[in-house]
Write a protein that binds this ligand. Sequence first.
Ligand SMILES: C[S@@+](CC[C@H](N)C(=O)[O-])C[C@H]1O[C@@H](n2cnc3c(N)ncnc32)[C@H](O)[C@@H]1O
Ligand code: SF4
Length: 241
Amino acid sequence: MSWELFVKAVDQHPSPVIHLYFGGEPLCHPRIADFVAYAKKKTATTLYTNGLLLTPILAQQFCEAGLDVLGISLDAVDPLLYREKRVGGCLDVLLANMRMFKEIRGSAKRPILVVDLIRFPDEQDQMNMARTLLKDLADEIHAKAYFHYPLLSAEPNLVQPPCAQPEASLAILWDGRVTVCCLDFGAVGVVGDLNKQSMTEVLSSSARNLIRQACAGGQQGLLAMCRTCRSAEAMNQPYLQ
Ligand SMILES: C[S@@+](CC[C@H](N)C(=O)[O-])C[C@H]1O[C@@H](n2cnc3c(N)ncnc32)[C@H](O)[C@@H]1O
Ligand code: SF4
């Protein structure tokens, strides 16, 4: 995303919190520290990352900017499972980066270091292992239920409970297109483009309203973006800490 587009998005953002990530890896952006600093001047800001590219300079900049949450997607604490799920990743590198971050943060309370694990189907519960391994590293550990992202599953799920995603949030893609759902990595639910429209125009667009109403009424099984979604089942399972 260009700096100009980012500034416009942040300036027109109506929400009390900005999450600086979507389907890609935010630390790959050369200006991610500037993005954090700018967003933080406006509102609460979180960033989720695989953590493998975290450097001392970035850690310092995130701390100085007052980033609220640095989320690490660790997924699995078992080294073999980690390597299988995070292809190309190395658990030892990630743990060393987290240690480095904690040292740089020192006694400051922000950013909170949150580690996300995923409860993979048929895999042993990793929480006990995680509590030991991350005892002095993570401020919070979340164990999320695994789910197939919409569009990655072929199996339709036509009867779903109402979904508040399109009412409560939106996601801005790297090129300025706006989708109504933060799980819409395939950009099927694009309802506007910040290069050509203001945020107000996107929010009041008839395309957004149509999807919003369908989801609020539990009718999203009719929408291409939502018809295979199983996020409601996963979201209903509480985070373990
Ligand atoms: C989509 S990632 C993108 C940001 C960044 N690249 C990262 O790795 O954190 C953000 C979040 O999605 C979660 N996630 C990814 N795949 C998932 C799945 N199949 N089920 C549940 N959560 C998932 C990760 O644990 C992480 O917390
Ligand atoms: S049903 Fe799923 S894909 Fe559709 S808006 Fe809700 S979370 Fe997104």
